[in-house]
Design a protein around this ligand. Sequence first.
Ligand code: GLC
Ligand code: CA
Length: 560
Amino acid sequence: MTRKWWQDAIIYQIYLRSFKDSNNDGIGDFRGLISKLDYLSDLGVTAIWVSPHYESPMDDNGYDISNFFKVSEDYGTIEDVKDFIRIAHSKNMKVIFDLVLNHTSDEHEWFQAAKDPVHLDHHKYHDYYIWQKPKYDKNGERQMPTQWRSWFGGPVWEYNPPTDEYYLHIFSKKMPDLNWHNQDMKRDMKNVAKWWINLGVDGFRVDASNHLEKNWDFPEGHPGYENFSGLPEHHKYLEEFGIEVFGPHDVMAMGEAGGATKEEALAYCGFESNEFDMLIHFGHCWADYDGENHLTPGKWSKGKININHIKNSFNRWFRMLNGDGWNLIYWHNHDHPRIISHYGNDLVYHTESGKMLAYSLYMMPGTPIIYQGEEIGMTNVDYKELNDFRDVEVYTEYENFLSFGATHEIAMQALRDRSRDNARSPFQWDDSLYAGFSDINPWMNINGNSTFINLKKQQADINSIFSTYKQLIRLRKEEKLNDGILHFIDIENENTFTYINETVNAKFLVLANFKSKKIKVNLDINIAGYQNIMYNYIKRELSNELKLLPYEALIYKYKK
Ligand code: GLC
Ligand code: CA
């Protein structure tokens, strides 16, 4: 395969609403983003993925799109988008937009027609969505077609009186799912993507891409995820889309999907695949949940970190794709807690654990995605009131927790630990009242720690987390780390996180401690010739037996 730009890329994810507000309405926007392009370029970023910026009632912060061809007024105008693309390109940065294929907003004109039997276009659009007739129980009471549960916690069905049907929504009820059996809908969606490609977009992140097919027999199931996630036919839709849209225009596509076998991984993003170029997978996420917690269950329960789980996922994906496809590496996105609060220690070891997390990920092969604010060690939110939260998911789940017996305080702690809002609070540019994000109180509160965790402070400090990110990015490029071969050492060890990234010219050995206590590392390798090039406490010579301090991490280089 000829070398593609995304194999050498350093991607940075922008959550537009919270990056930089240019007109002081409290909401991040394109002009704000443009004003920070020099910052991103200086950091070493070469591609920018922007979360959905399309017209939307913002039930799910823009993943609920009411017009695919319009820019949300919150974010600016189409001229702003064109300027953004042009200026990013002039600074040698590629532009990646989010492409939402699984659903629209219920306010999209397709759905407006679909739900209303007297609408002129009703017949054309009704079949763009997924409808089922009600069931009735013995007493003649109307029932949902199935008990399937949405990803946001409630039922997947919403009743639509005018047609006496339920429509399916696997996310919020304002996000009806599209019917991928409908040829006209598919054609319309392909035209959406082509329209943005014509504007100069270099790639897409394809949202919720493994959910496109549903089990049309609608069997009973609770929560029933297997009926709307990972069904084999979704590959067919993605492949068709890739062949007609991504391939001919040479745009990069990265999908999103949970667990996959080797065969499936190659179907998604093998070099021969037409579906995507790379895949965002979640194997290393949530490696610390507590299966025994029934008050705030599933991803909401914080437990002990399982380091093996994290190592095995990176290792498995590297092996599955090695030579046959290309890996993405990232810690988290806008759907997860902040990594430093999740796998690090944001209170006692903020700088140490922030750097340790950077070393342990960004020395690996693959194309990295950095999430905004990660580079300064932004933490989970410190919100005290339920209504400080913004995510639609939070409100359904909060009610669920109370119904499972959680107290208000337990439920609030689960939200502070695990909710998606943790990653979405505004970027902390400086220590001013609204952290340099805006001149007014933003759409979502600034984290109280912005007075001491902010970019301005870290830019002035060569020992900051930010400086570490800059150094690592430079090193990645100079040493072609994206292309290396990954070997974990003593992978089954429950305490250590040790690996080598072997490139053409060198071997890079990374040792990291994910714990707030000391750990012992026995290195059963020939240590001769390894030089300590980066460290988060003090410089140390390599030896076969090392004790690592809490969150200590070291990088050694062996020049071939
Ligand atoms: C993806 C997005 C998430 C969104 C969902 C529905 O998982 O990352 O933020 O809520 O899809 O579009
Ligand atoms: Ca604004």
